[in-house]
Design a protein around this ligand. Structure first.
Ligand SMILES: NC(=O)c1ccc[n+]([C@@H]2O[C@H](COP(=O)([O-])OP(=O)(O)OC[C@H]3O[C@@H](n4cnc5c(N)ncnc54)[C@H](OP(=O)(O)O)[C@@H]3O)[C@@H](O)[C@H]2O)c1
Length: 334
C-alpha cells in the first residue's frame, strides 16, 4: 500500500518520534518521510541513517512551513509535544489536499501523540494509592468522556482544540495515547526517557521509594509497540476501502496499552536489581516533586487504560514482559 506515499513527521529526534521514524522506515522502506528537524547537523545525520528521509529544517513555530509541508504529503504524524498552533496549521495543510473534506467521517490523515495524564484530576490530593472506586478507562465506552475532561488538565486543552479544528476543517485526526513507556527507544538518537529518571533517582538515594502505599497504577506499553501501533494506524488509515473503519476526531482517541503496573511493583523490581537492602521507602507527593518536577504525577498518580479501539482493529502488542523491557541493553531504567 505504501509505494509513493509521503509522510510528514515531527519530533523525529525525540524518544517517541525517533521510534516512529524507525518503525516507519523498517515497515515501509518505500515511504518518503519528510521530518521537521531543528538543527542542520542532526538533519544530515538522520538523512544518512534513513535513506527515505528528507529533512525539513525548522521548528514548530514556523507555521507557514508546517502548513505548506502538510499540504504536500499524504499523512502527518506529530510527535513534537502539545502545540496547538502547529498541529492546527498542519490540519489546514492537509485540508487543502484532502479529497473528502465534506464527508461526515473523513479519512484519517493525521496522528498526534498525546497521553492519558488528561485523565488525572489534580484538584484532588495525590495519595500514591489506587482509588478503590476507580476503574480502567476504555477508549470505546469512555470516548466522549475522555475528550470532555476539564481543559486545564495536562494535554486536555491541546487534545480538544486539535479535534475541534479537525472537525471544522473536515480532516480526520487520531490522538494516540500511550501510558508509561517501557524499554529502550528504537530511534537513532534518543534511547531513554522517563523510566531512566526513576532508576537514577533510586540509585542516587540508595533506596527505592513510592508515594504513599505505591498502589497507584499506570498502564504501560513498550516504546517499540507504540511505534508499531502508530504505523499500524497509519496503514489502516491509508488502506483503500476502509474509510469510516478507523475512527477519527471525536471517535479518534486511541489508547496504546499493554498491561498495568503499580508503583510498588516497580520499586521492588528496581530495588532487587540494584541489590538494595531495606524496605521500599514511602515518601510524600511533595517530596516526589522535589526529586523530579513531574515526580508527584509520574510516581504518585496512575490511570489504567484499555486499548479497546486498537484491539477492535486487530492490533496486539508484542512486548508483554515489563521486566524484560526494564533490563534490556543493560537497562538503567525502572
Ligand atoms: N515519553 C513518554 O513516556 C511519553 C508517554 C506518553 C506520551 N508521550 C507524549 O509523546 C510526545 C513526545 O514525547 P517524547 O517523550 O518523545 O519527547 P522528547 O523525547 O522530548 O521529544 C520531543 C521531540 O519534539 C521536538 N520538538 C519539541 N519542541 C519543538 C519545537 N518547538 N520545534 C521543533 N521540534 C520540537 C524535539 O526536537 P529537539 O530534539 O530538537 O528538541 C524532539 O524531536 C509528547 O507529546 C509526550 O507528551 C510521551
Amino acid at each position: 500500500m505504501s509505494a509513493g506515499y509521503s509522510v510528514f513527521l515531527t519530533g523525529a529526534t525525540g524518544f517517541v518520534g525517533g521510534t516512529i521514524l524507525h518503525c516507519l522506515s523498517k515497515t515501509h522502506p518505500d515511504i518518503h518521510i519528510k521530518a521537521l528537524i531543528r538543527q542542520e547537523e542532526v538533519a544530515k545525520e538522520l538523512e544518512s541513517v534513513y535513506p527515505n528521509l528528507t529533512a525539513v529544517i525548522g521548528d514548530l513555530s514556523l507555521l507557514p512551513l508546517l502548513r505548506r509541508t502538510a499540504a504536500e504529503v499524504d499523512f502527518v504524524i506529530h510527535a513534537g509535544g502539545d502545540n496547538v498552533p502547529a498541529v492546527c496549521v498542519m490540519i489546514e495543510g492537509l485540508a487543502r489536499n484532502t479529497d473528502n473534506a465534506t464527508t461526515v467521517s473523513p479519512r484519517p490523515r493525521l496522528i498526534s501523540i498525546t497521553g492519558p495524564r488528561s485523565l488525572i484530576d489534580l484538584s484532588k490530593p495525590i495519595t500514591g494509592n489506587l482509588d478503590p472506586g476507580s476503574r480502567p478507562w476504555s477508549d470505546i465506552t469512555d470516548a466522549e468522556k475522555i475528550l470532555s475532561v476539564p481543559e486545564d488538565r495536562i494535554h486536555a486543552d491541546a487534545d480538544q482544540a486539535i479535534i475541534a479544528h479537525s472537525i471544522a476543517r473536515g480532516v480526520g485526526t487520531i490522538l494516540a495515547s500511550p501510558g508509561q513507556l517501557w524499554g529502550r527507544g528504537k530511534g537513532h538518537l534518543k534511547k531513554e526517557r522517563h523510566s531512566a529518571f526513576y532508576y537514577a533517582a533510586v540509585k542516587n538515594r540508595g533506596r527505592a521509594f513510592v508515594v504513599g502505599e505505591g498502589t497507584a497504577t499506570w498502564s504501560w506499553t513498550s516504546i517499540g509497540d507504540l511505534g508499531d501501533a502508530a504505523v499500524f494506524l497509519m496503514d489502516q488509515s491509508m488502506s483503500e476501502g476502509t474509510q469510516g473503519h478507523v475512527g477519527v476526531n471525536r471517535d479518534g482517541y486511541y489508547f496504546v496499552s499493554t498491561g498495568d503496573l503499580s508503583m510498588i511493583e516497580r520499586a521492588k523490581a528496581v530495588s532487587e536489581r540494584l541489590g538494595l537492602t531495606g524496605d521500599v521507602e514511602s515518601i510524600s507527593a511533595a517530596a516526589a516533586k522535589e526529586i523530579y518536577p513531574f515526580g508527584h504525577i509520574m510516581w504518585g498518580c496512575g490511570e489504567r487504560t484499555r486499548a479497546d479501539k486498537l484491539a477492535e482493529l486487530g492490533w496486539k502488542p508484542k512486548d508483554t514482559n515489563w521486566k524484560a523491557l526494564m533490563e534490556e541493553h543493560g537497562g538503567e531504567r525502572a
